[in-house]
Design a protein around this ligand. Sequence first.
Ligand code: SF4
Length: 391
Amino acid sequence: MKLMEKPTPVKNEYWLTPRSAYLHIPFCAHHCGYCDFAVTAGKDYLMDLYIEAIVEELRRLSNPQPVETIFLGGGTPSYLSLPQLSRLLVEVNRWLPLLANGEFTIEATPESLSADKIGLLHHHGVNRVSLGVQTFQAPLLQSLDRIHSPEHVDKAIEWLQPTIPNISIDLIFAIPKSTLATWQSDLQTAVRYPIHHISTYGLTYEKGTPLWKQRERGQIDSISEELELEMYQYGIHFLREQGFEHYEISNFAHPEYRCRHNETYWANWAYWGFGVGAARYVQGSRELNTRNTEDYIRKVLAGEDPTFQRETLSPEERARETLAMQLRRADGIDYEQFQFQTGFDARVILQDKIETYLQADLIHCHPKGLALTEKGFFVADTLAVKLAWDS
Ligand code: SF4
């Protein structure tokens, strides 16, 4: 559908030129049964070659590009050896120099960290660690097919705290056989650690994963939607009481500890992306690299382009996409900022949907614009698409 209204000229080019960079390291010690990311397990012999390929992709920037945030995600970037990490981080700092007060995050599994590795990360400018804890219950870790234990979490946080104290943890709720009591216990345990950020995700059964197959065969049952909603809402209320701001559907932070890198995505600003399966959004064009690690290495080292999908959005598509993304934030849409960023008036895109969804208690208005309610957050993916794209 087309908006009749002509956009005002976009005054702010900032959101089209990247100030953030994502690098994907696909290697993991083990492929967890629920995981659908671009992951490579059991092929550690490819690691050195992969680092050479990602360094080559960085070199194609031609000139160093200063950034405000860097996110080394995966996979498990912390699974790389000390020399591999060192080689990678030197090149990341060369091609993507971090601006003053920049944020440099690495994702880590608890069992892959050591005091030496943390020292090396700190030495190369990493100042934030996102730890894949998932649950503190050993039997639930087993049903998630994770290989770490709660003791690994203790040790990792003990090592991190004096060196890289900006720690975030991921938790998963709605795991088969979990109860409201196990979820409450996980949250209570989490807030006893010196951490500043928590991401909570409801377990999803991605088609084709071992976990999905187990459910198909009737070997496990997913928990009820009512209980999942109860867990989600409990998490929001509990973490708020504990001083965490609920700033995005799944994310909670102490004041000044929001994940600035992810805020780039939720604002729908531009970002660089390097590595297998990595996405980038540069000057209004979305690109996606091949999701196959061998293919990525072969292409990049042969001097070819690893991009396998490319799409340039029209200004109106960019505006609608921005609306859907920004609705993930607790702050939602700020009409004035939205117009400044996209050139479109969000109210024209939303039209009479505002009234319909207000009445359904799925959105609420605030002095600057509107945002989803708690009930709206629970169905955010479908709701945001309806609000942004339905006419
Ligand atoms: S460690 Fe993380 S990225 Fe690796 S397989 Fe498990 S869930 Fe996926």
